[in-house]
Design a protein around this ligand. Structure first.
Ligand code: AMP
Ligand code: ZN
Ligand code: ZN
Length: 458
């Protein structure tokens, strides 16, 4: 009874806090992305600091990210929980047929591209929190007339240490400024090295990943130095993986149709085309262009890609097979490594590691959808989630406060117990039957017809 009253009081307090626009203060949350960190780098390279971090927390070995597996769509999905068709950041190069505007990663600050969604650094403001976003795609854009409390204009020459120093100061706050409750931090590696050297280059990728791991070590020591370690929830993840490309695997569009037939919006590994002549005729030429490229009319793009319902998706898209590169002409391979391919490919998947007071310790699961991270973060911050494509229930087992059954373990235990019981019963019956028949001690109790005992009742 007392417990019920106490729970009722606490629920009332939470509702009151939400009404007043201030969520209950839990631990702050830091979301870090190392661009292009393919899940299997964790098995291929030592990464001692990252491994130390998740040995004290949780690891999701593979995240199924969103199509197309490019930087901007996936970073926006992580902070909105939406597939690309729903948040509107569909590629690195886009064309909007209504406004006739063009988007490119170096020309990305027009709010109209981002306004179809609200990232967590904006919605957490409504819960009374201060927020920060450091170099995260979209962080220097005014979205819904607002930005995070703290951000920097994108500048790739700002070092990891400088980014981290600012983020920890913003989380700590000072006498004038309350600390931030949600911060997002972005770093360009190992994506940059993956493009230049290709993910199969063990030496070059080993060096790049050693630097990434050193940065994770820096993050851990900075959190310890500032007293945040153990008081903050840290999520380390990425946007996509990387596939090895080769000059032997080029698909030339000019071999299939003259460029006068279409306008090219984006090229590889997912090309986006606007046909200038009969769309069906252009499609049928592209459809049989190359055995390692699949052409789709917009209306036929498979449901599982969640990449159809948006004006900015062009009438025809071409998807190259893993490791194949689409070019218009020539023999030049633009990059030794690339991403953007089908999001069902393991080479396109990143990972998630997390640690902090809200997470289990030493817990590991094999997979999760990247859109599930958004409802998880909203839950941890007590921020009401915006409509999204994620499911909190998929991610909740990562949290220390949640009790989850390990289904294979439970099934194994039940089957094991049943087997033992069945064996005991069978053995018991077997030995019971084999035992030599003993004299029947109770034979004398058999009722005789002429039993002349006195009745108990007269
Ligand atoms: P991509 O490999 O083409 O999918 O994109 C990765 C590149 O996006 C990085 O190497 C950066 O140059 C660029 N980039 C990452 N974050 C931002 C940002 N916040 N603003 C502008 N460009 C960015
Ligand atoms: Zn990326
Ligand atoms: Zn990249």
């Amino acid at each position: 009874m007392l417990l019920q009253i106490l729970l009722g009081f606490l629920c009332g307090m939470t509702a009151l806090a939400a009404e007043n626009g201030t969520a209950q203060q839990g631990p702050p949350l830091l979301l870090v992305s190392f661009d292009g960190f393919r899940a299997d780098y964790l098995r291929r390279f030592p990464m001692p600091n990252l491994k130390l971090l998740y040995s004290q927390g949780v690891l999701v070995e593979q995240l199924t990210n969103v199509f197309i597996t490019k930087t901007f769509p996936n970073h926006y999905s992580l902070v909105t929980g939406l597939y690309a068709e729903s948040h509107g950041i569909l590629a690195s190069n886009m064309y909007d047929p209504t406004s006739h505007k063009h988007f490119h990663v170096t020309n990305d600050t027009d709010p109209m591209w981002w306004n179809e969604a609200r990232p967590l650094w904006i919605t957490a403001l409504d819960s009374g929190y201060k927020t920060a976003a450091m170099m995260w795609p979209g962080s220097d854009v005014v979205i819904g007339n607002r930005t995070a409390t703290h951000f920097f204009p994108y500048n790739p020459s700002v070092t990891f240490q400088q980014r981290l120093g600012n983020v920890t100061n913003w989380i700590l706050g000072n006498e004038k400024e309350q600390g931030v409750m949600f911060a997002a931090l972005y770093w360009e590696e190992p994506d940059r090295s993956g493009h230049i050297f290709g993910p199969d280059n063990d030496t070059a990728m080993g060096k790049a990943l050693k630097e990434v791991d050193d940065n994770i070590g820096l993050l851990m020591s900075e959190l310890k130095r500032t007293g945040l370690w153990g008081r903050i929830n840290v999520l380390i993840t990425s946007d996509h993986g990387m596939a090895q490309c080769s000059a032997e695997r080029l698909i030339r569009l000019d071999d299939c149709l003259h460029p006068d037939n279409y306008t090219l919006v984006d090229l590889t590994p997912v090309a986006a085309l606007i046909p200038l002549k009969d769309a069906e005729a252009v499609f049928s030429l592209l459809n049989k262009c190359h055995p390692h490229m699949t052409a789709y009319l917009k209306k036929a793009i498979p449901d599982r890609l969640h990449y159809r319902n948006n004006e900015r998706i062009q009438p025809i898209i071409l998807i190259a097979d893993e490791g194949w590169t689409i070019v218009q002409r020539g023999d030049k391979l633009p990059r030794l490594g690339d991403h953007g391919y089908d999001n069902s490919l393991p080479s396109m998947h990143p990972f998630l590691a997390a640690m902090g007071p809200s997470f289990h310790r030493g817990y590991r699961i094999s997979s999760l959808q990247s859109v599930d991270i958004y409802p998880l973060m909203c839950h941890m911050l007590s921020v009401p989630p915006q409509p999204n494509n994620g499911t909190f229930n998929h991610a909740r087992c990562l949290l220390a406060a949640e009790t989850c059954w390990d289904v294979p373990l439970v099934v194994g235990l039940v089957v094991g117990v049943l087997l033992v019981l069945t064996t005991i019963t069978v053995l018991f019956r077997l030995f019971g039957h084999r035992r030599p028949s003993s004299p029947r001690p109770f034979q004398r109790l058999q009722v005789d017809d002429d039993d002349d005992d006195d009745p108990l009742l007269e």
